[in-house]
Design a protein around this ligand. Structure first.
Ligand SMILES: Nc1ncnc2c1ncn2[C@@H]1O[C@H](COP(=O)(O)OP(=O)(O)OP(=O)(O)O)[C@@H](O)[C@H]1O
Ligand SMILES: [Mg+2]
Length: 497
């Protein structure tokens, strides 16, 4: 076996009230992809932040090419050949793609002036290599979430790194984007670089990784060859127990029609019609960009319709603002938790109750603090949200736990129609199941649920009925009993047999 490029040993790190890392260990080998696995809050991102000098460990050691090493900060680690794609995007929306890629290390011509043509050229090359169909002169804010993620990847590849860390890189990527990323990872492997790959999508681990390291509650659990493992075995290492019945389907008696959408058109949406019942989970499948999120935005009042109608329990809705959607009983949980889901600088409690303030307030506008605290505590408990207290700043929670808060936030408004947009993105296997069970409870109580998911097994496992969208229109409808992945995919690309 080849010598590790990088060895982290016995790394511990405590935050106020949280032991994030407890004697964690990680090896990175040349020409190999090392998966770093563990439940939400297991310490994966923290370990990578210790490595890149963003956090200082309380104890432990790092060996880099055989020598003991500590990196003073992100810049230092970068200069020594370690590049990282963070879990949360760190791009500046108003700047161009090229400016973002070379931020802080702009290419200079002789005389010290910034060499714009060279920068655009280099950035365009990187984009072409990653098959991103954009010019590097375009602003970040014009990009989709997936494209922004690709820019982060381009940035990490823009210098000769020996170790490349990818913290949930495919979280927001389309199938094609993921494929181009995997091609690039294979090239990096062939060039002898070491890669750390963090993901909650286990199928990807088997597709692209050579070895895997598992952390649990900040502790090192195991390092294994991927070829020796199967999915159940990996889950058992991560969770500490076997996990069966992945999609806990429940029967609920379907009631009246709650939501009726008739030939609805608007930005990105073209003449969409469907009915949703009480106690029904209606899945929405389709490729990214098919118009699913756009449709949901119309439904809860974030954008304006141009034609068609929406009614809720027979009452026509003409919504002009999300707050009107919430007031009418429609709650939307966004796929982009950092962009418009959560206020990262505020506490867990405030984030959760933000949308529900109207329901939690007395007539005079005073918030019923007792009721608020009770509900927040209930959701923290029910969702098993890992936080030292409800007062914790949400930016300090792990990515998956932030996602759980976002869902709790939507549920606290006690909606009639709950719209979940990629609800388990970035959520670990155990927590996914907890979220599914919660969704089922709401279904059994008669809530109507719209579930958008790019994860086909999830749509197939959780929905009662599935609509597929393609280019802003409904391109297929399936009863879950007769739906297959192939059928959904065919409809998603607009091929209707
Ligand atoms: N800056 C911080 N301040 C306080 N607590 C923190 C901070 N950063 C991380 N933590 C805590 O440390 C623990 C480990 O978090 P980390 O982000 O490393 O988890 P993770 O394994 O990356 O999870 P995920 O899969 O959800 O991304 C969590 O309990 C988290 O809340
Ligand atoms: Mg993380």
């Amino acid at each position: 076996m080849s010598q590790a490029i990088l060895q982290m040993q016995g790394v511990s790190k405590t935050f106020p009230g949280v032991k994030a890392l407890d004697q964690a260990t990680l090896n990175v080998y040349p020409g190999e992809v090392m998966a770093l696995l563990g439940e939400n809050g297991a310490g994966k991102s923290t370990l990578m932040k210790v490595l890149t000098g963003i956090y200082h460990a309380d104890s432990g050691s790092i060996h880099y090419f055989g020598s003991p090493m500590t990196f003073a900060g992100p810049r230092d680690s970068m200069e020594q050949g370690i590049s990282i794609i963070h879990q949360e995007l760190n791009l500046i929306e108003e700047l161009s793609i090229a400016e973002n890629i070379f931020l802080g290390r702009e290419l200079c011509a002789k005389g010290g002036r910034i060499d714009w043509p060279a920068m655009y050229r280099e950035a365009d090359k990187l984009l072409a290599h990653l098959k991103v169909g954009r010019s590097s002169r375009e602003q970040i804010k014009a990009l989709s979430l997936g494209e922004k993620q690709m820019v982060e990847i381009a940035k990490a590849l823009s210098f000769e790194a020996k170790v490349i860390i990818m913290d949930e890189p495919t979280d927001a990527l389309t199938l094609q984007e993921t494929e181009s990323l995997f091609k690039v990872i294979n090239e990096l492997r062939e060039q002898g670089r070491g890669i750390v790959y963090i993901s909650h999508r286990l199928s990807e681990i088997f597709q692209i990784c050579d070895k895997l390291t598992v952390l649990r509650d900040g502790e090192f659990i195991a390092e294994r060859e991927v070829a020796e493992m199967d999915e159940d075995a990996v889950i058992e290492l991560m969770v500490g127990r076997r996990l069966d019945e992945y999609y806990p389907t429940v029967e609920a008696s379907q009631g009246r029609v709650s939501l009726k959408v008739d030939k609805l058109s608007g930005p990105g949406v073209n003449k969409v019609s469907f009915e949703l019942h009480e106690g029904e989970i209606l899945g929405f499948s389709g490729l990214m960009g098919a118009g699913r999120s756009e449709l949901m935005r119309l439904l809860f009042g974030d954008t304006r319709k141009t034609a068609g109608s929406v009614s809720l329990y027979g009452e026509t809705l003409n919504l002009n603002h999300p707050s009107q959607g919430i007031a009418a009983g429609i709650s939307y949980i966004s796929e982009d938790r950092k962009g418009d889901g959560l206020v990262l600088g505020m506490s867990v409690k405030t984030n959760m109750s933000l949308s529900a303030l109207a329901a939690l307030s007395h007539v005079g506008g005073h918030i019923k603090r007792g009721e608020e605290a009770k509900q927040v505590a209930r959701f923290i408990d029910a969702f098993n949200i890992k936080t030292p207290s409800e007062e914790q700043i949400i930016g300090n929670l792990s990515g998956g736990n932030q996602q759980k808060v976002a869902i709790a936030k939507g549920l606290m408004t006690e909606p009639k129609v709950l719209i979940l947009d990629e609800p388990t993105r970035g959520v670990d296997v155990g927590a996914k199941k907890e979220i599914y069970e919660l969704i089922n409870q709401f279904k059994q109580r008669g809530m109507s649920i719209l579930l958008i998911s790019s994860d086909m097994p999830e749509v197939l496992g959780m929905s009662d009925r599935i609509l597929v969208m393609h280019e802003g229109q409904i391109s297929g409808e399936f009863d879950v009993a007769e739906a297959t992945q192939e059928g959904l995919l065919a409809a998603a690309v607009g091929r209707n047999e």
